[in-house]
Design a protein around this ligand. Sequence first.
Ligand code: PMP
Length: 450
Amino acid sequence: MAGSVEKIESLWQREAAAYAARTPKSAVLAEEAASHWLKGVPLHWMSDWELPHALFLKEAKGARLWDADGNLYTDFCLGDTGAMFGHGPEPVVKAVAGQMARGATAMLPSELAPEVGRLLSDHFGLDQWQVTASASDANRAIIRWARGVTGRPRILIFDGSYHGAVDDVFVRIGAGGRTELRPGLVGQVADITATTAVVPFNDKEAVKAELAKGDIALVLTEPLLTNIGMVPSDPGFIAFLAEAAREAGAFFALDETHTLSSGLGGWGRVHGLRPDFLVAGKPIGGGVPAAVYGFTAEVGARIAAFNETRAPGHSGIGTTLSGSALQLAAIRAMLAEVMTEAAYTHMEQLAARLEAGLTRVFKEKGVSWHVLRVGARAEIGFTPNPVRSGAASAERMNHPLERALHLYLLNRGLMLTPFHNMMLVSPETREEDIDRLTQAVSAFLTELFE
Ligand code: PMP
């Protein structure tokens, strides 16, 4: 149901030539940058876009983006969620410019600290907070706190999950069900397979078996897997995890970095589930590198008691620019003025329109694909229905098809996230953007099967 391998390849070749022809300035910039940057780009992930040469950004605003040649794109990638609420939201631009002029970072809590703390608690429903520079760092911090407070060595995560560049999470279930390092991991020397348990998503028995060993400090999960295609949690699975973890004396953490799309306060809030720890990164600073982790008052009390007992010296938690005045100004603007009920209503409505439009197109074209949506985040899956595990999701991936679809859309002014079939709807996305995307996917399928 995916179109012939030859057809996909010929579409890709044709679109690659069209891309090269319409982005000459990017081609020149790529050549100039090549010798100064690893893989020619400031973050090597940026070379994961499979393009004849990198696309260089001139400017982005709201849900629009212009490349160095002045080509306009409607942005459904939105910085892979970092700009989920639009590029350069006005309240953030204003707050950040003002704070920059008044001092960005001073190793002192800014005057905004009480207000931002209240906003975080109101928004997410947890009691206490800390700021980090990235979601990776927030996850690293909660893993340390959980291990420190419980005195237990292991954490439990799910096969196919992603929680950032945190050593502890780079394991997967390998051949014969053995825990192994993820292939591709660079420079790992400590044996994390001994201290991280990894089990299939939606597998209650596997979770129970690991928790029964009595040495798990933290169960860390996304509300659904969003980094291996999207894999929904079975109804009740996340609530089961929270309960089972606590019963076994472990903490339960929700990584909401990608699921802030769910609605006001994230997936947990929307579904009435209160974790021990919550992590929210990427868009929370409106583009300023920032993430937060929160915890309940009970967890806060246990951390405080633990801190009484630990030796003085480096905690291994925190980085110098974290909790800065600049981050607080950006987070305040996001929570108070950008991530509002009205913004979420708009995002939800348009994302539902996208889901309905694409579902209709798949039916019309007779392709057995589906769209899975969590609020403002939607993902195309190359199977008739969602799957239940990371392994099943990895199996259905079709890399040549995905890159052909992405480039076809990019050449028509529609940008999707590379290494995902994911589309994000921002408060700045318009109805006509949604319809243009739906029509372009339809045109792609027509060509693929003609
Ligand atoms: N948690 C989740 C669920 C993520 O998807 C990601 C990034 N894709 C991260 C954490 C890490 O975010 P960052 O790279 O901004 O640290």
